[in-house]
Design a protein around this ligand. Structure first.
Ligand SMILES: Cc1cc2nc3c(=O)[nH]c(=O)nc-3n(C[C@H](O)[C@H](O)[C@H](O)COP(=O)(O)OP(=O)(O)OC[C@H]3O[C@@H](n4cnc5c(N)ncnc54)[C@H](O)[C@@H]3O)c2cc1C
Length: 402
């Protein structure tokens, strides 16, 4: 499959500085005002709008940067991936509606999928023709996935699946589920697990949406009752599900959404701009304690940028990030949660008489604050990251951790 370019020079022929300029100018020219969270024209985009916007970003060379050309990607390196992410972070656009496909399912299919699976799934992930969800967590298996009970048993050359998943983001809109199941017994712990790409339209799958504290219905419980899938739905060999899951989790913690620190910086600028747009709010910024907290947030954002840039250099040099992904996950989530707390304290002073921009910023940070509560939970909780750092990076003996 070849991508129809929307630019005159091929991406591969662009020097990094040219690619940066291309990304910056394309975003500035194409992102509609109503999709900028710091614009008074903002309105939450409908799913179709997000899908169409992200498909355009892909055609412009701003998604699928590192994926091979034969699977629809742009055949670039992590360096360009980082450049694009910095530019994406510099504009307050909506979070990706297709991130599970692009950041979790795609990389794992590339790693363990058959050639047929790569051809079938990968290009459609980038064009957002297929949306994915991640079916790992269960009511009794979150931090400790070895407790998962959803069972897959051989059936007529394929598999029969029974069980329940929970907190499955985007399940209601997904076409496929990246599903982690158990083929052995629960006592097997990490052995006897198998991963599947299951079409969500398969009979026996029931999605029950869950409303979250921010009023959105972004995740769901997913029930599997005698769901029959062919063997072609299997991703990787039986018993290799745990290794595949660990790869997914380390990608989730280390390299996805690299734009975060640049996005946080953009959010901080938007917060300050919103407050300064109203004289009654602007005085809040004269308070020494507020200035201290802003300084701390800025320092954390800078440290996070350095961590992301350093990780990219190491990956380009062929290193594995492994457990260091936990440092990134711990730091960005704690940093953003602290920032969202500061922002909420400040936008709490916005009144119906405040400027339009201040009102917009208050709405943005109220939602951001509520969602930030989840940031120290999903992709592995803070406590679990601390455990991994203690054991696998610092090599602390277990009894010292008590
Ligand atoms: C917004 C959001 C989106 C999500 N999306 C998805 C998704 O798309 N797909 C999916 O599969 N899952 C998803 N999850 C689920 C998420 O991965 C789990 O919530 C997370 O792994 C924690 O599991 P749990 O909720 O079962 O909590 P538990 O594992 O029961 O943990 C409860 C508490 O005990 C602590 N704890 C647990 N183990 C240890 C330990 N060894 N040491 C110290 N403390 C410990 C935890 O830190 C936590 O505070 C999502 C969650 C959220 C909040």
């Amino acid at each position: 499959m070849t991508v129809q370019p929307v630019f005159t020079k091929s991406l591969q022929a662009m020097a990094p500085a040219e690619y940066r300029l291309h990304a910056r100018s394309w975003l500035a020219a194409n992102l509609p005002a109503h999709m900028r969270a710091d614009s008074t024209d903002w309105r939450a985009p409908a799913l179709e709008e997000s899908v169409s916007w992200e498909a355009r970003m892909y055609r412009a060379g701003l998604a699928g940067m590192t994926w091979p050309v034969e699977y629809g990607g742009h055949g670039l390196t992590l360096r360009e991936h980082l450049i694009a992410n910095k530019e994406i972070g510099a504009v307050m656009m909506p979070e990706s509606a297709g991130s599970v496909g692009k950041e979790l399912a795609g990389p794992i299919i590339m790693a363990v999928g058959t050639e047929d699976q790569k051809q079938a799934f990968l290009p459609r992930i980038l064009t957002l023709e297929d949306m994915w969800c991640q079916g790992f967590s269960e009511p009794d298996a979150g931090s400790d996935l070895a407790r998962l009970r959803t069972r897959a048993v051989p059936h007529d050359g394929g598999w029969r699946i029974n069980g329940q998943k929970i907190w499955t983001s985007g399940a209601s809109k997904a076409d496929y589920c990246l599903l982690l199941t158990r083929t052995g017994t629960i006592e097997d712990r990490h052995k006897g697990m198998l991963m599947f790409a299951v079409p969500m339209s398969t009979p026996g799958i029931r999605v029950v949406p869950i409303k979250s504290i921010d009023g959105k219905v972004s995740f769901a419980e997913v029930f599997f009752d005698d769901v029959i899938v062919p063997d072609e739905a299997r991703l990787g060999a039986p018993d290799e599900g745990w290794d595949a899951a660990i790869r997914v989790l380390s990608i989730e913690r280390a390299t996805n959404r690299m734009y975060r620190p640049w996005r946080f910086e953009t959010e901080l600028r938007a917060l300050l701009r919103g407050l300064k747009s109203d004289p009654e709010l602007a005085v809040l910024l004269d308070d020494g304690a507020v200035r201290d907290r802003i300084g701390q947030v800025l320092g954390q954002i800078d440290a996070l940028k350095g961590f992301v840039e350093g990780s990219v250099e190491q990956l380009l040099d062929g290193a594995q990030i492994g457990a260091r992904g936990s440092l990134s996950k711990l730091y960005w989530s704690e940093c953003h949660q602290a920032f969202a707390g500061l922002a909420l304290d400040l936008v709490g002073h916005v009144t119906p008489r405040s400027s339009g921009l201040a009102q917009r910023i208050r709405d943005h940070f109220t939602t951001a604050y509520l969602f930030a509560r989840a940031e120290t939970i999903y992709a592995g909780t803070t406590e679990v990251q601390l455990d991994i750092i203690a054991q696998r990076i610092l090599k602390l003996p277990k009894d010292l951790q008590k």
